[in-house]
Unconditional design. Structure first.
Ligand code: BDP
Length: 691
C-alpha cells in the first residue's frame, strides 16, 4: 500500500449484501455522446465498477434494464421529462443529476448534465457513493459548484524545486515536456476532477519570467492538453518585469505603450497555442517582486494592463493582495490599507486574490478584513494546503476546520450572516466572477503529499471549493471512507484523530491568538526572533510580551487594526471582554493576571493551552494505536512514526514558548502540568531543521 491512488482506490465492496445489491442493479452501462471528457468518464466508470464490484461490467449501446446511463441532456430526447429538464436548468454548466429512472419498462440509474464535464463530475460522485457503500435503490442526487474558479496554485519552480513544498520535487517535469506526458499528470487531473477542481496555476508566484518564453509555452500547452479532458484549465504566474527580463524592453512600466503591446502580443501568442488558457496570477510589489509601483503606478494600473491583454481571449488576472512593506507599525494592516481604496477600480476580468487571514497562513488568524470591504471587486480566497506554518508534511493537521472557520466567519459587511463564503460566492454583492485558490501540497512523493493525511487537505480543499458551505467534519468522513474503508470502529477513530488535529496544532504553536512565533524555516518555534516577522525598524515582536502581559494591542487605542472590520465586529474585537478568546492576544495586550473564561489567569491559561496541544497529540497517537489491526501495515507504521515526530515537536513548541514567555511573566508553570525537560538556552540552540 503506497498511497498513490489517493481517495480513488475503488476497493472491492466488503459488505456482501451491498455487493450483491449493487451487482443486481448495475449490470451494464451505456454512454451517449463522444468527447475526450466522455472517454475519461467512461474509463473511470469502467475501471471503478470492475474494481468495486469485483467483475467486469459490459458496455452496451442501448439502454437496458438495470444499467447505468451516462448522457448529456441534449442526448436524452424523450427520456428526459419536464421535471428533469427544469432541474437541470438550475445546475449550470458543471452541475449534474444522478437518479434512478423507471421508463419504457426498464429501471436504470441515470447520470446526466448540461455538459460533458458535468457528466464526468457526476460519474466521480456516483463512484464515491458506491465506495461508501450507500444504498443506490432510490438515488436522487443533484449538485453543482457554488464557485466558478476552483484552482490549485503550485509554488513550483522550473528547476523542479517547490517553494514551501514538503512532498518532494515538482510533479511537473519541465525537462521532459512537451515530449513526455507521464501517467502522473493524468492521475493528477483525475484526482482534481474527482473533487471538482477546475484550474491549476502551474508555477510559483515568485515567478521565473522564463515561463512565458516560447520554449516553456509549448510545455504549458502539453500540460493543458493533458488536463483538458478533465475540465482543468491551466494558468501561469507571471513576473511583472517579464518585458525586460525576456522581452528586451528597457522598462515594464504599465503606462508605456511598448510594454502594453508586449503583453498583448504575449497573450495572443499564448492563446494561439492554448485557446482555453485560463490567465495570469500575479505577485507584484511584494517581498521583492517587481510591480507597477516600481514606476510610480498603482496596483490597479498594473492589473488592468494585463487584464486588457487577456480580455479578448476571455482570460483572467488574479492579482494577489499579499503585500506588505513593513512601513506601518502593524504589518497586518498593510494589505487592507493598500487595497481597500482600489474597490471597484479593477477591470472586470481581474480578481483580487486574498489570503484567508491578514498575516500569512498562520495556524489561526481572523479572516482578512478585505472580505468585508470590497463589494465592487471579485475576491478570490487563497488558502494554503501545504503546511508551511503547520508542521510541514510531518504533522497530521486536517485543515478542513481552518477552511470552515474562515468561510463561516461573519464579515457583517451587509449585516449579520454575510459570511466570507457568501462574499466569495457573490451572494453579498453580486459578482461576475467567483473563485478560490489553494496553494498545493503536492509533490513527486509516491503518495503525492508525503504525509498520508495531507491528502485529506487536498481533498477537503476541492470539496469545500465546490461547496463552501460544506462542514469540515462531513468532508473528512468522506475522505476517511474513501481512503481507509468502511469499518465503523476505524472511521470513528479517524474522525476523532482528524477533527481534533488542527486545534491541537493551534494550541501547541500559538494559542489564544498568538501568531508568527516560528523560526526562519517556519517549522520550529523561535518567539525570541526579531528579524523578519517584526515590523522593520522597530525590532518588536508580534507577541509583544513584556513584564505586564502579552499580546498585540490592535484596538482603537493601539494600532487600530480593528477599524478594518465592519461596525459590529470592530466593537466586538475592540473590547477585551467581548473579543473571542481565540483572538484575545491577536487584538489585545492582556495582563498576565487577566482572568480568562476558564477562571484561570492568562499566564496559567497559556500554560494549559500549550500543554493541551501536546496532550491532544498524545491522544491522537493512542487512538491511532488502537486502529492497528484495521489499517494496512505500511500506512499504519508510516503514520505512527510521523505522530512520534509530531509529539516531539509539539513538546519543543510548548516548552520553548512557555520558557521564553516565562522570562516576562516571571510566574511558575502550574505544578500539575509537565515541566520542560531543558532550559531556554537548549531550545534556542536547537538547529533549524528541514527545508
Ligand atoms: C509566504 C511564504 C513565501 C511566499 C509568500 C507568498 O513564506 O514563500 O512566497 O507567502 O504568498 O507564506 O507570496
Amino acid at each position: 500500500e503506497d498511497g498513490y491512488k489517493l481517495w480513488l482506490r475503488y476497493d472491492r465492496i466488503q459488505n456482501k449484501k451491498t455487493l450483491s445489491l449493487y451487482q443486481d442493479q448495475l449490470k451494464q452501462y451505456t454512454f451517449m455522446g463522444s468527447s475526450a471528457t466522455i472517454n475519461a468518464a467512461k474509463t473511470e466508470l469502467r475501471n471503478g465498477l470492475s474494481s468495486l464490484l469485483g467483475k467486469k461490467i459490459p458496455e452496451t449501446d442501448a439502454i437496458k434494464n438495470n444499467s447505468i446511463v451516462v448522457a448529456p441532456l441534449s442526448r436524452l430526447g424523450a427520456n428526459a421529462d419536464k421535471e428533469l429538464r427544469a432541474q437541470l436548468r438550475q445546475l449550470g454548466k458543471e452541475g449534474f443529476i444522478i437518479k434512478n429512472i423507471t421508463g419504457g419498462g426498464k429501471n436504470y440509474t441515470l447520470i446526466t448534465a448540461n455538459s460533458d464535464i458535468g457528466l464526468l463530475y457526476g460519474t466521480f460522485r456516483f463512484l464515491q457513493i458506491l465506495a461508501s457503500e450507500t444504498s443506490i435503490a432510490r438515488l436522487s442526487v443533484s449538485d453543482f459548484p457554488r464557485l466558478q474558479n476552483r484552482l490549485l496554485n503550485h509554488w513550483d519552480n522550473p528547476d523542479g524545486s517547490i517553494e514551501r513544498g514538503y512532498a518532494g520535487r515538482s510533479i511537473f517535469e519541465w525537462n521532459t515536456l512537451p515530449g513526455k506526458i507521464s501517467r502522473r499528470y493524468i492521475d493528477y487531473a483525475r484526482a482534481n476532477a474527482s473533487v471538482g477542481i477546475n484550474g491549476t496555476v502551474l508555477n510559483n508566484v515568485n515567478a521565473n519570467p522564463n515561463i512565458l518564453t516560447p520554449e516553456y509555452l509549448v510545455k504549458v500547452k502539453a500540460l493543458a492538453d493533458a488536463f483538458r479532458p478533465y475540465g482543468i484549465k491551466v494558468y501561469v504566474s507571471v513576473n511583472f518585469a517579464a518585458p525586460i527580463r525576456i522581452g528586451k524592453l528597457a522598462t515594464a512600466d504599465p503606462a508605456d505603450p511598448a510594454v502594453k503591446q508586449w503583453w498583448k502580443k504575449k497573450a495572443d501568442e499564448i492563446y494561439q497555442l492554448i485557446p482555453d488558457f485560463g490567465g495570469f496570477c500575479v505577485k507584484a510589489n511584494s517581498e521583492g517582486q517587481p510591480g507597477p509601483q516600481d514606476y510610480g503606478r498603482s496596483h490597479t494600473d498594473g492589473a488592468n494592463m494585463l487584464a486588457e491583454a487577456l480580455a479578448p481571449h476571455r482570460g483572467i488576472v488574479m492579482w494577489r493582495a499579499f503585500v506588505y512593506k513593513n512601513r506601518e507599525q502593524d504589518r497586518i494592516r498593510e494589505s487592507y490599507d493598500e487595497f481597500h481604496p482600489t474597490n471597484g477600480k479593477f477591470a472586470s476580468n481581474v480578481f483580487l486574490q486574498v489570503k484567508n487571514g491578514p498575516i500569512d497562513f498562520q495556524p489561526r488568524e481572523p479572516f482578512h478584513p478585505l472580505f468585508g470591504a470590497m463589494d465592487k471587486t471579485p475576491l478570490m480566497l487563497e488558502v494554503q494546503l501545504t503546511q508551511e506554518y503547520l508542521g510541514f508534511s510531518t504533522h497530521l493537521v486536517y485543515l478542513g476546520p481552518l477552511f470552515e472557520e474562515c468561510l463561516q466567519s461573519d464579515t457583517y459587511a451587509k449585516g449579520q450572516g454575510t459570511t466570507v463564503a457568501k462574499v466569495i460566492e457573490g451572494k453579498v454583492s453580486p459578482q461576475k466572477m467567483t473563485g478560490i485558490a489553494g496553494v498545493a501540497n503536492i509533490g513527486d512523493a509516491r503518495n503525492w503529499t508525503a504525509h498520508p493525511f495531507a491528502q485529506a487537505n487536498w481533498y477537503a480543499f476541492g470539496r469545500m471549493s465546490w461547496n463552501p458551505e460544506l462542514k469540515a467534519s462531513g468532508v473528512i468522513r468522506e475522505w476517511n471512507i474513501l481512503t481507509f474503508g468502511n469499518n465503523k470502529v476505524l472511521l470513528d477513530g479517524l474522525q476523532q484523530i482528524t477533527m481534533q488535529s488542527r486545534e491541537a496544532a493551534v494550541n501547541y504553536m500559538g494559542p489564544l491568538g498568538l501568531t508568527m512565533l516560528m523560526d526562519i524555516s517556519h517549522y520550529r518555534p523561535a518567539p525570541w526572533r526579531r528579524d523578519k516577522p517584526a515590523p522593520t525598524g522597530t525590532r518588536e515582536s508580534f507577541h509583544r510580551a513584556d513584564e505586564k502581559g502579552i499580546g498585540f494591542d490592535r484596538t482603537a487605542a493601539g494600532s487600530d487594526a480593528v477599524s478594518q472590520y465592519a461596525g459590529a465586529l470592530k466593537e466586538r474585537f475592540n473590547d477585551i471582554h467581548t473579543c473571542p478568546e481565540k483572538f484575545l492576544l491577536w487584538f489585545h495586550h492582556a495582563d498576565w493576571d487577566y482572568k480568562t473564561s476558564s477562571g484561570k489567569t492568562l499566564w496559567n491559561e497559556l500554560c494549559y493551552r500549550y500543554s493541551a496541544g501536546v496532550y491532544t497529540v498524545r491522544a491522537m497517537q493512542n487512538k491511532w494505536e488502537t486502529l492497528k489491526t484495521l489499517v494496512d501495515p505500511e500506512r499504519f507504521t508510516l503514520v505512527k512514526n510521523l505522530l512520534t515526530e509530531q509529539e516531539k515537536e509539539a513538546v519543543i513548541w510548548r516548552d520553548a514558548c512557555l520558557l521564553y514567555f516565562q522570562t516576562f511573566s516571571k510566574r511558575p508553570i502550574p505544578a500539575e502540568l509537565e515541566a520542560p525537560a531543558h532550559d531556554l538556552e537548549y531550545y534556542k540552540a536547537l538547529k533549524v531543521s528541514m527545508n
